[in-house]
Design a protein around this ligand. Structure first.
Ligand SMILES: C[S@@+](CC[C@H](N)C(=O)[O-])C[C@H]1O[C@@H](n2cnc3c(N)ncnc32)[C@H](O)[C@@H]1O
Length: 512
C-alpha cells in the first residue's frame, strides 16, 4: 500500500459536490455573522486545497462564470480527471494544479495572487499534523485579508466509537500492506465482535451504527476515510486555537442551523450560557450534540459590516421556494433533521411563509414585516433562524446576482451525458439559486435522453437501454426488480421525471 505523508494513495477518491462549500452559502454565513461577504457579482477568486476529483469545484465554476477558481491536489489521477472535466464542460475560468500542501506552504506559486475564499473540505484529520499545519499556512498565505476560509473535519466526540475500528485497519495495514483487504479484515473482525456478544458494541452503539451503514458506502470513500496513518478526528477548540495562530477568526458554521444556538433545547442552552470563550463554547456545543462533522467558516481578519449595513444587506436578500404546492401538506415537511436530532418547526408560521413564497420570490425585509405569526412581524433573528433551516433542508434558495446561465447549462448537459456513459456524478448546477441539486443517476440518464429530444415512451426505452448497457438492475425499496416489474417501475420513474424533476430543473435554469 502506498502512503504519501501517511495519506492513503492507492486509488482515487469519490466524485462529490457539497452545497456548503459554495460561494453562495459561505457569503450567507459571512453576512449572518456581520462579516463583509465577497461580492458574488464580481470577479471573485476561489481556491480549493485538496480538491479531489474536482467535480464540485467545476460545478461552482460553471455557476459563477465571471469568477476564477483554482483547485490543488497532490494526486495526479485527481488533477487529470479535474482538467478533463473542465475541458469537456468548456470551463475557461478554472485551473487545476498538482501540488503538495507541504511545498505550497513553504513557497506559494508566484502567480498565486490573493483569493476571496479558500476551501479545505475533508482534509484536516485525515492528514499528518505537519500536513494539517501546512493547510492552515497555505490558506493563510493565499487568502486576502477579510477573506473566508471553509474548513471541515471529522469531529470528536461523534467519532469516538470508531477509534478502535480505525486502529484495527491501521494494524492490518502495517501487516498486509493492502488497503482493501485491511478494511475487509477490520469489518470482519468487528462483525465477529458483534456476533460473539462483545460488550464493546453495546458500550459504543455509534460503532454498531457505523458498521451497519458500511455496506452501502462506496469503497473509495471508505478507503480514504479510514486507511490513513494519521486519521484523527478533532476537537473544535483545538482546531480553533490552531486557526487563530494564522489570524483566522471563527465566524460560524456552513451547516447553517448550527450557527443558531436558539435551535438547541433550553437545557442545552443553559449549559452553554456560561461558555464565553468561543473555542470552549464550540467544544461544549459539540459535546451536547455529539457532533461528528464540522463545517467551520473563518475570516482571515474581521472586516465588519456595521449594524445598519448588515441589516440592510440581509433585508435585501431575496429567497424563493423550491417546494411544490402539494409538498406543504406532508406531515414532515416542516421537520428538520439536524445533527442533534429532529427539530420541529412551528407549522403555522412555516406554512404561512411557504404559502407566501408560492406567490413568488420575496426579500427577507418584506418577510420580516409580514404578520406570519398572525399577530405581528417576525423578529429578524427568528426569521433568519427559520430561513437557515429551510435553506439547509433545500426547501428554499437565495436568489444570487444575475449571471449568464449558459455555462451551467452546458456543464449540466455534459454531466448528464457522462452519467449516461457510466460516470459516477450526482449533482447539477442551478443558476437560479447559485448552488447545486443532488440528482440520482437515473434522473441524470433521463435528463440526457430528454435533452436529446426523447419523450414519454421513447424516454422509457432510452432509460431501459441505458441501464442495460451499463449492466445496472432496477431497484425499488432496496430490492432488485424482476423483468416483469421493470416496465411498470420505469414508467413511474419517467412520469415523475417529466412531471416534477424536469419542470423544476427548467424553473431553476439548470436546462434551457
Ligand atoms: C478525503 S479527500 C477530500 C477530497 C475533496 N475535498 C472532496 O471532499 O471530495 C482528501 C484529499 O486531499 C488530498 N491530499 C491529501 N494530502 C495532500 C497533500 N499533502 N497535498 C495535496 N493534496 C493532498 C488527497 O489527494 C485527497 O484528494
Amino acid at each position: 500500500m502506498t502512503l504519501r505523508h501517511g495519506y492513503f494513495s492507492d486509488q482515487g477518491y469519490t466524485f462529490g459536490a457539497y452545497p456548503e462549500t459554495s460561494p453562495e452559502r459561505l457569503s450567507f454565513v459571512a453576512l449572518l455573522l456581520s462579516q463583509r461577504p465577497p461580492d458574488l457579482g464580481s470577479e471573485f477568486r476561489v481556491l480549493e486545497l485538496g480538491c479531489g476529483q474536482g467535480f464540485g469545484l467545476c460545478l461552482q465554476a460553471a455557476l459563477y462564470p465571471q469568477a476564477r477558481f483554482t483547485g490543488i491536489d497532490f494526486r495526479a489521477e485527481h488533477i487529470a480527471h479535474s482538467r478533463a472535466l473542465a475541458e469537456s464542460a468548456g470551463l475557461l475560468n478554472i485551473q487545476f494544479l498538482a501540488a503538495d500542501f507541504l511545498e505550497l506552504a513553504q513557497a506559494p506559486p508566484e502567480s498565486w495572487g490573493r483569493f476571496d475564499i479558500v476551501i479545505a473540505h475533508g482534509i484536516l484529520g485525515w492528514v499528518s499534523p505537519e500536513v494539517g499545519a501546512s493547510v492552515f499556512a497555505a490558506a493563510a498565505s493565499a487568502l486576502r485579508p477579510g477573506g473566508l476560509f471553509y474548513l471541515s473535519y471529522n469531529t470528536l466526540p461523534g467519532w469516538l466509537g470508531a477509534l478502535p475500528f480505525q486502529h484495527a485497519i491501521k494494524g492490518f495495514h502495517s501487516r498486509s500492506g493492502d488497503g482493501q483487504s485491511s478494511l475487509d479484515a477490520a469489518i470482519a473482525l468487528f462483525r465477529q465482535l458483534q456476533s460473539c456478544g462483545s460488550p464493546l458494541l453495546q458500550a459504543q452503539p455509534s460503532l454498531a451504527g457505523r458498521l451497519e451503514g458500511i455496506s452501502s458506502q462506496s469503497p473509495a470513500y471508505l478507503l480514504h476515510e479510514y486507511n490513513n496513518a494519521h486519521w484523527q478526528p478533532q476537537y473544535a477548540d483545538q482546531v480553533m486555537r490552531q486557526a487563530s495562530e494564522h489570524e483566522f477568526q471563527y465566524l460560524g458554521s456552513a451547516t447553517l442551523p448550527e450557527t443558531f444556538d436558539g435551535l438547541l433545547p433550553e437545557a442545552f442552552r443553559s449549559v452553554l450560557a456560561s461558555c464565553s470563550d468561543p473555542g470552549h463554547h464550540e467544544f461544549v456545543r459539540d459535546l451536547l450534540t455529539n457532533q461528528s462533522f464540522r463545517r467551520d467558516v473563518y475570516a482571515k481578519g474581521r472586516d465588519p459590516l456595521w449594524n445598519v449595513e448588515a441589516s440592510e444587506a440581509i433585508e435585501s436578500l431575496e429567497v424563493f421556494s423550491l417546494l411544490a404546492d402539494e409538498d406543504l401538506e406532508r406531515a414532515d415537511v416542516f421537520n428538520f433533521p439536524l445533527s442533534l436530532g429532529e427539530v420541529q418547526g412551528n407549522r403555522v408560521w412555516f406554512l404561512a411563509l411557504m404559502q407566501h413564497l408560492q406567490l413568488g420570490p420575496c426579500r427577507l425585509g418584506d418577510l420580516h414585516r409580514l404578520p406570519l405569526h398572525g399577530d405581528g412581524p417576525t423578529p429578524l433573528p427568528e426569521l433568519l433562524q427559520n430561513i437557515a433551516l429551510l435553506l439547509h433542508k433545500g426547501s428554499i434558495a437565495l436568489s444570487p446576482p444575475r449571471r449568464d446561465p449558459a455555462p451551467a447549462q452546458l456543464f449540466n448537459r455534459v454531466i448528464a451525458a457522462q452519467v449516461a456513459a457510466g460516470a459516477p456524478y450526482h449533482a447539477v448546477a442551478l443558476p437560479r439559486s447559485g448552488n447545486l441539486m443532488m440528482l440520482s443517476d437515473v434522473e441524470l440518464m433521463l435528463l440526457h435522453a430528454s435533452l436529446r429530444g426523447r419523450s414519454d415512451e421513447a424516454l422509457i426505452e432510452a432509460l431501459s437501454a441505458n441501464l442495460q448497457t451499463l449492466g445496472r438492475s432496477i431497484q425499488k425499496d432496496g430490492q432488485t426488480l424482476e423483468a416483469s416489474q421493470r416496465h411498470e417501475e420505469l414508467t413511474r420513474l419517467v412520469a415523475r421525471f417529466q412531471a416534477h424533476t424536469l419542470p423544476l430543473l427548467r424553473r431553476l435554469e439548470a436546462v434551457a
